[in-house]
Design a protein around this ligand. Structure first.
Ligand code: DCP
Ligand code: MG
Ligand code: MN
Length: 346
């Protein structure tokens, strides 16, 4: 199925989707019911456009797509004809910017941002002063304190330097660990939002990486590389763990976001595939898997998954694992030609 594989690489109306996404994200940060409805409408249209196989050529063609109404069809044609969508600037109002600035605080989601707005907060200083009697969680306090650092992208060379220190420290704990950097760094980006690190270990000698993350964090704290914990795993004894924190190259460097992920050795391929992304590439892979009757997640590719027809997110049967150890075997089964990490972008 060459067509399916091709579709993974590029969507013929991607520029239209991007603009509608941008407009949708502006409505999504407005607290009115009308805006909520518009978000649902754009979601529908975007989903339809993702599946649409050819470049849209006319208003009639656009409006005939299921999920695209007349107003959205007009917007689609404006984007196709001018490359722009004037409505975006119109919606970029002051309240949107306030909410977006609150969302830049680590640990703040839409509900919290709206609540603070409704309590009269308009600036980060208002948040810092707890205007309106608002309360901050521990992670939000850290997020506010290092707001600028956390919202600045990290030059590739600095990611590499921090990663090398982390890897060296991990290997002193157990030289047989498998450490890999994922995310935008692995895709070759010139700068990264955070540092995504995978940790696992071959089990041929009967051992695992159990307990490694706890020791690694202790050592990195001692070295001053990890500076704050944002989200610690509940049970450090599991083989599958997620950690989120802040780190820095040295005492004169800004704070940087770092994520650790530990997975069972068997899941390493699926985990690498998922956490290397990008998210759009992942979505196309999952879509392809679903069309073939499979289900793909960060643990592996599964056959025979049975979902609840009235709520597709709910699995009635988890199915059987058919591939998880390497990225290549997962892509092979999906009939997707091998793509180097830097090619895994829409
Ligand atoms: N991911 C995903 N869907 C999400 C979040 C993440 O598929 N909603 C996957 C794809 C991402 C990877 O996890 O590439 C790592 O997530 P990051 O948020 O760290 O994103 P990136 O590393 O790709 O970009 P950035 O440079 O912003 O960190
Ligand atoms: Mg990342
Ligand atoms: Mn990350």
């Amino acid at each position: 199925d060459k067509g399916g594989a091709q579709r993974l690489a590029a969507c013929p109306n991607q520029d239209v989707i991007d603009k509608l996404q941008e407009l949708k994200s502006l409505h999504a940060v407005k607290p009115s019911k009308d805006d909520e409805w518009r978000v649902l409408g754009y979601n529908k249209a975007i989903a339809a456009l993702r599946k649409y196989p050819t470049r849209i050529k006319s208003y009639e063609e656009a409006v005939a797509i299921r999920g695209v109404g007349s107003k959205t069809a007009q917007k689609i044609m404006e984007i196709i004809e001018t490359g722009e969508l004037r409505r975006i600037e119109h919606e970029r109002t002051g309240d949107v910017e306030v909410i977006q600035s609150f969302l830049g605080i680590y640990g703040v989601g839409l509900d919290t941002a709206f609540k603070w707005y409704n309590n009269g907060c308009r600036t980060l200083d208002d948040i810092a002063a707890r205007k309106g009697g608002i309360k901050l969680s521990t992670e939000q306090k850290i997020g506010l304190k290092y707001y600028k650092d956390i919202n600045t992208r990290i030059p590739r060379a600095e990611v590499e330097e921090i990663y090398n220190k982390v890897k060296a420290t991990a290997l002193t704990i157990d030289p047989k660990l498998f450490i890999e950097i994922m995310g935008s760094f692995r895709r070759g980006k010139a700068d990264c939002g955070d540092i995504d690190v995978l940790i696992t270990r071959p089990t041929d000698d009967g051992k695992t990486h159990q307990g490694v993350l706890r020791r690694l964090l202790r050592e990195l704290h001692q070295q001053g590389i990890i500076t704050e914990d944002l989200c610690l795993p509940e049970d450090f004894d599991d083989l599958e763990l997620v950690y989120r924190g802040l780190c820095r190259k040295d005492a004169n460097s800004p704070r940087r976001r770092i994520d650790f992920l530990t997975v069972p050795w068997k899941s390493r391929g699926a985990a690498l595939l998922y956490y290397t992304g990008d998210d759009i590439f992942n979505r196309s892979l999952r879509l392809k898997a679903n069309k073939m009757g499979y289900s793909l997640n960060q643990r592996g590719l599964y056959a025979g998954v049975i979902r609840n027809p009235s709520d597709k997110r709910q699995k009635l049967d988890n199915g059987q694992l058919i591939a998880s150890e390497s990225e290549r075997e997962i892509l092979d089964i999906l009939g997707v030609p091998w793509q180097e990490p830097h090619e895994r972008v829409r």
